[in-house]
Design a protein around this ligand. Structure first.
Ligand code: GAR
Length: 217
């Protein structure tokens, strides 16, 4: 897709729960008239609150219940079949809490974009806010990155920084981080629609048009 083609950039969004990042992506896409369409929202959890929001907002949405699968490969295969119906340019992991297998990640390498609630490579995995508080760091935040097979790794596109204060609880810090997540992810998605994020053959990311990959509250 070139920057000047009439073709809209197609996104599929994967979620597992609340879906606040998904909502920000969809709302910003619509209000700012991006040359993009959200082709589908897919959840691995049938009870994800984000699915209700998507349905209420007339977004094409579905689920594949990962708890019904006894092995990862079968789930990944069915997820891939569902995703391929839409031929997306990018697949946005917006609070998708299921680990994707190597073959799946390799198949979509360069198209899979994740948001993680820490400044990677610090705090991959779960309980990022609790671990940030316990470790005494003064800066925390979120990372939007291309997904590679190793958990919570891959070429970084943008990061959002927040302060950590001595009186912070996990709840307070997670709210602060979520606020910056809601700035970073829509910005990156917008750059993607304009073909302004380049991943080269050496896995280096360039952002065109002088966009700044650092965000602050
Ligand atoms: C967000 O904080 C996101 O960064 C995190 O889950 C939350 C989902 O919130 N993702 C991960 O931890 C992925 N490893 P949301 O459903 O309201 O967007």
């Amino acid at each position: 897709m070139t920057k000047y083609s009439n073709k809209k950039c197609r996104f599929v969004i994967l979620i597992s729960g609340r879906g606040s990042n998904m909502q920000e992506l969809i709302k910003t896409c619509n209000s700012d008239n991006w040359p993009a369409e959200i082709s589908a929202v897919i959840s691995n959890n049938p009870k994800a609150a984000g699915l209700d929001w998507a349905n209420n907002n007339y977004i094409n949405s579905t689920y594949l219940d990962s708890s019904k699968y006894s092995n990862r490969d079968d789930f990944d295969r069915d997820l891939s079949i569902e995703i391929d119906k839409y031929s997306p340019d990018y697949i946005l992991l917006a609070g998708f809490m299921r680990i994707l297998g190597c073959s799946f990640v390799r198949k979509y390498y360069g198209k899979l974009i994740n948001i993680h609630p820490s400044l990677l490579p610090a705090f991959p995995g779960l309980d990022t806010h609790g671990r940030a508080i316990s470790s005494g760091v003064r800066i925390h935040g979120c990372t939007v990155h291309f997904v590679s097979p190793e958990l919570d790794s891959g070429p970084i596109i943008a990061q959002g920084y927040v302060n950590v204060f001595s009186k912070d609880t996990v709840e307070i810090l997670s709210e602060r981080v979520l606020e910056i997540e809601h700035k970073v992810f829509p910005s990156v998605a917008h750059w993607l629609t304009l073909n302004e994020v380049i991943l080269d053959k050496d896995d280096k990311v360039s952002i065109l048009n002088n966009h700044n990959g650092l965000f602050y509250l």
